[in-house]
Design a protein around this ligand. Structure first.
Ligand code: UDX
Ligand code: UDX
Ligand code: ADP
Length: 472
């Protein structure tokens, strides 16, 4: 039988580690939770009112265990830079450090860089004086569990034993707290040995404090590592599938919203992640698919690699053809034309711009010679400029063609066309009557039917272009 756990340590107080630790400590007052990060500034931020992660409801969740707000007054969530001591106290150590795509060398652009994770594992091996369960929470290349075991085994103090588990995270930005409180499922991968199963059971008993036992799924280590990549690949694949269908719709007169409703009503398909868009963005989908593609290539499965890579190709195509669609409306000449871009974040309700489709849309219009004005409710001007990689000194003249605005109305003033790149609620409720007055002919509005009502907009004098809908 698994023994009860009283100390857990997270290494890496990022988006995943910090949020997960907070919910765990909140739900398990009987467990002391320590979150270690080498970045002292970040550690401090977690101790303040201004968390480094902006998630709805997260501060309330953090405060209860961190500040001792329960009737018992016992604090059980701590943020620190003291890695060695935290490792020594903990029975379970959860590694949640960054694993970005490698930028140079073998596998660059595809392979996830697990060197930070390996450094941390080495540190665990050297610091631990008693048996530990080490959990991979970061998204890792499939097979990393084996590397982790090797490092631990070869660097352990005499008599100290480790069990390695995989426990990938599935939270989506903007809904992290809810995803952690009520996850669809929790995966725990373990070695299929007696001690492996026992470690998995021990860790499962922690989650079982607040998650129904049937939602906690144990499996082998590699299934768990692969499932993380597979889940993101399948979610992205649905979006690329619906976007690929949207091209057919635009060419034939079918309407992608109607098609999505029709196919999504089949209970075997289901209605989620079928919204046609300018393309998916975010820090995970592209990174994880590329990791999967790299794995396939290493296994010499070139046709399988091509299958997954096609998801990314369709996503790039969706962005370039969207630019082309608007450019064709101007007889393929954007000189002297102004396009407003509403929304720059990769999705609504976040200020995160990683892999946002808006970046490529803006670059496309600038390349065509258009002026572009951008507004996003959360994204800072400096971030937008950094993402676009625009060095004003080097790009003489370009800076005159790029304006970052303080409101949607301001961005649209004098514009010939407007693209709603992020489906923020505030764009739905924009004063479109006013926008029609301040824009210039032909007053094209382009976006998703999730955010725009073509009938209403057309009655105001706009020419409306909807993703996945033919314009007659
Ligand atoms: C299918 C559609 O399900 C149905 O809605 C449509 O109207 C006609 O085509 P059918 O061909 O009768 O129906 O069989 P289905 O049960 O969908 O299976 C098709 C094939 O896929 C079978 O060979 C089945 O063995 C295979 N299959 C199905 C899998 O390999 N894996 C699965 O998870 C499901
Ligand atoms: C995703 C997964 O959902 C999450 O489970 C995983 O842990 C991390 O990656 P996230 O990147 O936060 O989460 O965002 P998500 O809501 O999945 O959206 C990703 C992108 O797809 C966004 O750009 C979004 O606008 C786009 N999208 C989403 C569509 O274009 N159409 C849809 O139907 C849904
Ligand atoms: P994610 O989105 O996966 O949570 P982040 O990049 O937001 O990733 O967070 C990773 C965190 O891990 C960062 O706060 C970083 O400072 C921390 N980190 C990286 N290396 C170490 C290390 N060796 N020891 C402790 N923390 C580390």
């Amino acid at each position: 039988t698994p023994k009860s756990v009283s100390y857990i340590c997270f290494i890496g107080a990022g988006y995943v580690g910090g949020s997960t630790a907070a919910v765990l400590a909140n739900q398990c007052p009987h467990i002391q939770v320590t979150v270690v990060d080498k970045n002292a500034e970040r550690t401090k931020a977690w101790q303040s009112e201004n968390l480094p992660v902006a998630e709805t409801g997260l501060l309330d969740i953090v405060k209860v265990p961190r500040d001792g707000l329960r009737p018992s007054q016992r604090k059980n969530l701590h943020f620190t830079t003291e890695v060695e001591e935290s490792i020594q106290q903990a029975e379970i150590i959860i590694v949640s450090v960054n694993t970005p795509t490698k930028a140079v060398g073998t596998g660059s652009g595809y392979l996830l860089d697990s060197s930070v994770l390996e450094d941390v594992v080495m540190c665990i091996a050297r610091s631990a004086r008693s048996n530990k369960i080490v959990v991979e929470k970061s998204t890792v290349p499939v097979g990393t569990g084996e590397t982790v075991r090797d490092i631990l085994r070869n660097n352990a103090h005499t008599g100290v034993k480790f069990e390695v588990l995989s426990n990938p995270e599935f939270l989506a930005e903007g809904t992290a707290v809810q995803n952690l409180l009520q996850p669809d499922r929790v995966l725990i991968g373990c070695l299929e040995t007696k001690s492996g199963f026992l470690a998995a059971e021990t860790f499962a008993s922690v989650y079982a404090t607040w998650i129904p036992r049937e939602r906690i799924i144990t499996m082998n280590l590699f299934s768990s590592e692969l499932s993380k990549l597979a889940a993101n690949a399948l979610l992205a694949q649905r979006i690329s599938s619906i976007n690929a269908l949207s091209i057919i719709c635009e060419a034939t007169g079918a309407d992608i919203q109607q098609v999505a409703k029709a196919v999504g009503s089949d209970s075997r398909i289901g209605p989620h992640m079928l919204r046609a868009s300018f393309g998916f963005g975010g820090s995970c989908f592209k990174k994880d698919i590329r990791s999967l593609v790299y794995l396939c290539k290493c296994l010499h499965l070139d046709d399988v690699a091509a299958y997954w890579e096609a998801i990314l190709n369709i996503n790039e195509k969706q962005k370039s053809r969207s630019v082309a669609r608007i450019v064709s409306r101007f007889n393929n000449n954007m000189n002297g034309k102004k396009i407003a871009i509403l929304g720059f974040a990769f999705k609504e309700n976040t200020g995160d711009t990683r892999e946002s489709c808006a970046i490529d849309l803006v670059k496309g219009f600038l390349h065509e010679g258009a002026s572009v004005s951008i507004y996003d409710p959360l994204v800072q001007e400096s971030q937008i400029r950094e993402d676009l990689g625009i060095d004003c000194a080097a790009d003489g003249g370009l800076d005159n063609r790029l304006t970052i605005c303080q409101s949607g109305e301001e961005a649209c003033t004098g514009a010939h066309g407007v693209l709603v790149a992020t489906n923020w609620d505030t764009f739905r409720s924009l004063d479109w009557d006013h926008v029609a007055r301040v824009m210039t002919y032909p007053r094209i509005v382009f976006g998703s039917s999730a955010c725009l009502d073509p009938n209403v907009l057309e009655s105001m004098g706009f020419t409306v272009e909807i993703i996945g809908k033919k314009v007659w």
